[in-house]
Ligand binder design. Structure first.
Ligand SMILES: [Zn+2]
Length: 213
């Protein structure tokens, strides 16, 4: 099975479809949760303690950070892939063949990116998913002019590329993701809070001016 589809698989049409499909929504973590500072809108939110553990594994909390220095510290190898858009060698990543149920987070910011239910075996050498957690992944034209790069929507960390039309699954989509860009949390274990830049949260109107102080 080809790891990189031929140009015919990546027609301009499919690129456009992907770009059109890109929504302008907020990061999943922001859309799914309000910070303690923001006004709760439901009874459940009112009764929830800011430090309470998530009710469900896929509902992470948010931790505001002041600068990009406050994201998770990365190793040189992680920086090469996540910040410099590198690619780990095929069949070397720790999650390529993992089948455990759980959630794949962004290694840099902890944003939930993929559920194990979307993972499939493609034999391409990298973890493959046919769908992302809604609003978690941003698609960009790759600098090679052919492929479509995928990055974490919250922190812009490089994840890999997305391909269409290979017929691996019904969704006909393959997110080819570097293991080193992710952190796996098995079901039943609490998810760490998603690290969100305060400036980004402000820009998205998620914080009131008062709470920013
Ligand atoms: Zn991220």
């Amino acid at each position: 099975m080809h790891c990189v589809p031929s140009p015919s698989n990546l027609s301009r049409r499919s690129s456009l479809v992907a770009l059109v499909a890109l929504t302008a929504g907020v990061p999943a973590a922001l859309s799914a949760n309000d910070t303690p500072e923001t006004k709760p809108e439901s009874d459940a939110a009112k009764s929830a303690s800011p430090t309470a553990a998530p009710m469900e594994n896929d509902v992470p909390k948010i931790q505001l950070i002041d600068s990009e220095q406050d994201y998770n510290r990365l190793t040189p190898a992680e920086r090469r892939v996540i910040l410099m858009k590198g690619t780990e060698r095929a069949f070397t990543g720790q999650y390529t063949d993992l089948k455990t149920k759980g959630t794949y987070l962004c290694r840099r910011c902890n944003a939930a990116l993929y559920k194990s239910d979307s993972k499939f075996h493609s034999n391409c050498g990298w973890p493959s998913f046919d769908d992302e957690i809604e609003g978690a992944v941003k698609r960009l034209p790759d600098i090679d002019g052919i492929r479509i790069e995928i990055v974490c929507k919250n922190c812009d960390g490089h994840l890999g590329h997305v391909f269409f039309g290979e017929r691996f699954t019904e969704k006909n989509t393959r997110h080819c993701v570097n293991s080193i860009s992710m952190k796996f949390v098995p079901d039943g274990k609490p998810l760490p809070p998603t690290l969100v830049l305060r400036s980004k949260a402000e820009a998205l109107g998620k914080l009131t001016p008062k709470s920013v102080d």
